[in-house]
Design a binder for this molecule. Structure first.
Ligand SMILES: [Zn+2]
Length: 231
């Protein structure tokens, strides 16, 4: 048997960090065999299968999410009051069966967003602190503004309706009355929790942090999610 290391040329859309070479074993009269790496794709959470193509290694199956994942969920806000904070646990928390992929993968985070939405909580991962900002009538963003050279924030401060700490790397937003009906106790609200008045209705949250082009460290305003009333 001969073992050699060959460069990984084509990941077939998968994102496999720190893995640019594969170990290839050659036996007489047999197809070369590539050692299964511990690496998983940070987007789809799969162990890629490899094949040898001449002097390089390629990934056999394409990533199902070559552009990452954008999640869209809706939140009913009949009360016209949102509770905005970092976590609403234990009132809203997903069942582990609903988040089968590793939460550190893009797919796992998308599954968490969907699972929380099914419970009545708009949830999403953030990097850095964030805030809920009004951008127009019934339109908002969950974003992290930047300062320009003259220390002017990239979003007007008077449009910030709620600050969300990055302690838990996520936001959680629910209808205030729905939260109370599920056992949330307003006596336990603290500085991290903000009640925001909005037009009653259905709100669509489009979450961007799983998109391939998303850059949490980009200069200017980093938008984690767009929020708008759709009904
Ligand atoms: Zn993948």
């Amino acid at each position: 048997m001969i073992t050699e290391r060959l460069p990984l040329r084509d990941t077939n859309g998968h994102t496999i960090p720190r893995y640019d070479e594969a170990e290839v074993h050659r036996f007489d009269d047999m197809e070369p065999w590539v050692s299964a790496p511990m690496a998983t794709c940070t987007v789809c959470d799969r162990h890629p299968r490899f094949q040898v193509a001449g002097n390089v290694v390629e990934v056999l199956d394409p990533c199902p999410y070559p552009n990452g994942i954008t999640t869209k969920i809706t939140l009913s806000v009949p009360s016209g009051k949102l509770i905005v904070t970092d976590t609403l646990r234990p009132v809203y928390w997903w069942d582990s069966r609903a988040v089968a992929a590793d939460y550190n993968s893009t797919l796992g985070q998308a599954q968490a967003v969907e699972a929380m939405a099914a419970l009545g909580c708009a949830f999403g991962p953030i990097l850095h602190g964030a805030g809920l900002y009004r951008t127009g009538p019934d339109r908002y963003i969950i974003a992290n503004p930047d300062l320009d050279e003259d220390d002017n924030p990239s979003l007007p401060e008077d449009t910030c309706l709620a600050d969300i700490t990055a302690d838990l790397w996520a936001y959680s937003i629910a209808d205030f009355e729905h939260w109370k009906a599920r056992g949330g106790d307003p006596a336990n609200l603290d500085d991290n929790d903000t009640i925001v008045d909005v037009t009653p209705g259905e709100y669509e949250f489009t979450h961007h942090s799983g998109e391939r082009s998303f850059d949490g460290d980009a200069s200017g305003t980093v938008v984690f999610a767009h929020v708008e009333r759709i009904a």
